[in-house]
Design a protein around this ligand. Structure first.
Ligand code: NAP
Length: 498
């Protein structure tokens, strides 16, 4: 039994005192997401006044200069939520320690800053490139500042294949037990994704339908209008399969497809997700071209803007073969899901920015409403994750008038409107859970390994394919091979049905 993970999906209680050491504290992720998320938790009374948040980076910065930088970024990213009186309290928790992660002697300053507080929760958030994880872990351990109550939070990417992920996991595993390691997939921190758990396991309504025989197919789409922005160099070494599918899309798939866990404890939920990953039918060289489609955007028009092609982006190799779009037909070899395809799709510079799960149910076994007007589509459950959070059940109803004509109508639920409460940002939730010691929304090592085990052979099959990713115009829905992939089974992508 894991004594450090709390068995609840709730994280809204006040936290005990803690020290949060934020490696990469001056970086983009820290300034744009992590520190504003901590500010919000403080504003909500969830961070005690004796907590401390220590930014750590190589830059020579005084504590005052760091605080000034954080203030500017919090003002920028929090907008109206920034309040001067809240800031006064929050800024008193902030500190800065200059540490070059690779210089052993620099850790003395960190050790000094943490002295006398070894008995409280100590969190090391590694928001640096993964190439620094080994040095940080080695030096933290050598400096003797990893206490039994310490927790290590790791940002993605957790490796670029199974082998490199194992190296990272071994490195961190050498200084902390699995129950002290919080591997972030920030999708799991999204309210909408947790709502999937609520929808499936808080309502008796769906469970009898949630299986083969009732569900025909499932589509999971995470589409971006954005290109690679300022991260061309990183993205060109990574690609959509590693950046999005290995983690976010597979986590969504797990939550949709897993068996009901016995309770909401971290290991009960993660055991069930792991079983889904292990039941994924392997895709290799023999069938990768049939079951996957990859693309790379060319110039085009996105929204109202003319945009350049991927190979013209800063930091990208002009002859790059990196995919900016992936579609995959995933199959889960279990009694529940045999014969039900799960189509995964993600890409950059697509027509719309949307995160959406579409569950298409089987048609009625025999229609009593025959005739030319009644060849309507089957029931669908559409769960929109972003930009807005909504759940829509499409049913058929009789259109007014004398003739018996069936037409689709939507039962729609706008969750933002229904609750009228501010949804938590993903990092607010995840930082809160780590502070509270709740591991449910973090990935366990065996999950990461199982995900790479499925992804690596796809990558290898692509490497052996001389044609490379197929071009698609920015502002479209990806290459034509994506439509063919799903059309081979007699289906279409949901957005193509309008
Ligand atoms: P970034 O803006 O480049 O920041 C990197 C941070 O690491 C800076 O604070 C930098 O500070 C510090 N750093 C670099 N070398 C160091 C060293 N030798 N010793 C100590 N500190 C060092 O990167 P980022 O965008 O914040 O991303 C951080 C990590 O999160 C990356 O692995 C990224 O892939 C991942 N991530 C980022 C995002 C995002 O939205 N940005 C989203 C998901 C995941 P100094 O320059 O002062 O040393």
């Amino acid at each position: 039994m894991n004594t450090e993970s709390r068995s609840s999906l709730s994280s809204r209680s006040a936290a005990p005192a803690f020290d949060l050491v934020l490696f990469g504290g001056t970086g983009d992720l820290a300034m744009r997401k992590l520190l504003p998320a901590l500010y919000r938790r403080f504003m909500d009374g969830l961070i005690p006044a004796d907590a401390r948040i220590l930014g750590v980076a190589r830059s020579e910065l005084s504590c005052e200069a760091f605080v000034t930088k954080v203030e500017a970024k919090c003002r920028q990213y929090l907008g109206d939520a920034f309040k001067d009186d809240v800031w006064t309290g929050f800024s008193a928790l902030l500190g800065y320690v200059k540490v070059d992660a690779t210089h052993a002697q620099d850790y003395q300053a960190l050790s000094h800053a943490l002295a006398g507080r070894a008995d409280i929760v100590r969190i090391f958030f590694l928001s640096t490139g993964p190439d620094l994880f080994a040095a940080i872990c080695r030096e933290l351990s050598a400096a003797g500042i990893v206490t039994p109550t310490s927790r290590i939070m790791l940002e993605k990417p957790l490796g670029e294949d199974g082998e490199s992920a194992n190296r990272i996991n071994d490195t961190v595993g050498a200084i902390a037990r699995e129950s002290q390691i919080y591997r972030i997939d920030h999708y799991l921190g999204k309210e909408t994704v947790q709502n999937l758990l609520a929808l499936r396991f808080g309502n008796a309504l769906f469970e009898p339908l949630w299986r083969r025989g009732q569900i025909r197919h499932v589509q999971i789409t995470v589409a971006e209008q954005l290109g690679v922005e300022s991260r061309g160099d990183f993205y060109d070494r990574t690609g959509a399969l590693r950046d999005m599918v290995q983690n976010h899309l597979l986590q969504l798939l797990c939550i949709l497809a897993m068996e009901p866990p016995a309770n909401s404890s971290a290991d009960a939920v993660r055991d069930e997700k792991l079983k889904v990953l292990r039941a994924l039918r392997p895709i290799g060289e023999a069938d990768a071209l049939l079951k996957t489609a990859r693309g790379q955007y060319r110039s085009g028009v996105v929204g109202a803007d003319r945009t350049v092609g991927y190979r013209e982006e800063a930091g990208v190799d002009p002859e790059s073969r990196t995919e900016t779009f992936v579609a995959i037909k995933a199959e889960i070899d279990t009694w529940r899901w045999a014969g039900v395809p799960f189509y995964l799709r993600t890409g950059k510079r697509l027509q719309r920015a949307i995160g959406e799960i579409v569950i298409t149910f089987e048609a009625v076994p025999h229609s009593i409403f025959s005739g030319p007007f009644n060849a309507d589509p089957p029931n669908r459950l559409v769960i929109q994750l972003q930009p807005d959070e909504s759940i829509t059940l499409r049913i058929l109803a009789k259109a007014p008038g004398e003739a018996m004509r069936l037409r689709p109508v939507d039962l729609s639920l706008d969750l933002g409107e229904s609750f009228k409460a501010r949804p938590l940002e993903a990092y607010e939730r995840l930082l809160g859970d780590a502070i509270q010691g709740n591991l449910t929304l973090f990935m366990r090592r065996d999950e990461v390994e199982a995900a790479w085990k499925w992804i690596d052979p796809i990558r290898e099959a692509w490497d052996a394919d001389h044609d490379g990713p197929r071009p698609y115009a920015a502002g479209s829905w990806g290459p034509t091979t994506s439509s063919s992939l799903i059309a081979r089974d007699g289906f279409t992508w949901y957005d193509e049905t309008f």
